[in-house]
Design a protein around this ligand. Sequence first.
Ligand code: 5GP
Ligand code: MN
Length: 328
Amino acid sequence: MADFRAMTAVEVIEALRQSAPTLILLHKRPDADAVGSALALRLWLEAMGSPACCICADEMPEHLAFLGAGLQESLLITAVPAGFEGARIIAVDTASPAQAGELVPELEARVSLMIDHHGTGTPFADHYILPSAAASGEIVLALIRASDVAVTPRMATLLYAAISADTGCFRYSNTTTATHLAAAFLVERGIDTAEINRQLYEAKSLSLLTAEKAGFERLHFYESGRIAILTFPYALQQQLGLKDEHLGTLVDVARCVYGVEIAAAIRETATPGVYRVSMRANVDFDVAAVAARFGGGGHTRAAGATLTADDAERAEAMILEALLQAER
Ligand code: 5GP
Ligand code: MN
């Protein structure tokens, strides 16, 4: 495997000061950290003289449209946009090639820099990875500030949303002093934090609520209620008319129950026998290590993986067994 190098902040800023058309790649099933970080990165590069465009293997989810409004409604490109043929490519919030997804195929191999905060992953380019950062948005903000480019209210809105989202509105254990200081700096730029957090946490589509309702009905508890797992068959997703983006927060249905320490949501994909697993820990337990056993990864308390199993019961048994083994 090629050897990729860890870069310093100074090197990253120097590299990005060189103006060149730039494609910013974010992971499939994009979340607010990916979208917010990528769009802020785009505005920063544009301020330094580089035309930039964000690309993703999936469309902008409906609930994040407020972040892209007026900037970039669509993230999914099916062909390289005009003027970006030989563009440099930067990946953000994307820990491994599998997370990039089925993008215009030749792009992935051309990534020249990764900016990320995932501790477990497979670097696929020279990188600037800070696992201590709560969100990729925290890293992008620090880079912009160190570059002496002004952080505009627009950038601040994007970065605040990124940081708020990955910390569950500053509730999760990844929230540090640095996270709060970053947020305070962003609030000083005059942003509407109440509206951003309302969009992220309070406004839910009926489809999302439908997914949660079905999720609650499918919860299974183990180990006296310390472990909660739910499975979501693809047939049910189709029957309820739900898109993938409506199922991304199902694991919160499992993790919010009183007494639950470890939660998992397993959803069948359109490919029979292939399941997406999301895991969360409410206690000091490394779900990323469990995800890594299935070729996935993430953070200590939030991780994911893709696995193959004969059916949903088998997938649930595999995850339960892996969690119990890791606890021993
Ligand atoms: P989620 O459960 O929300 O899909 O993912 C939780 C965390 O784990 C996120 O930070 C995400 O980037 C990471 N993650 C999810 N799936 C994978 C995967 O397949 N591989 C790796 N390396 N990380 C993942
Ligand atoms: Mn992130």
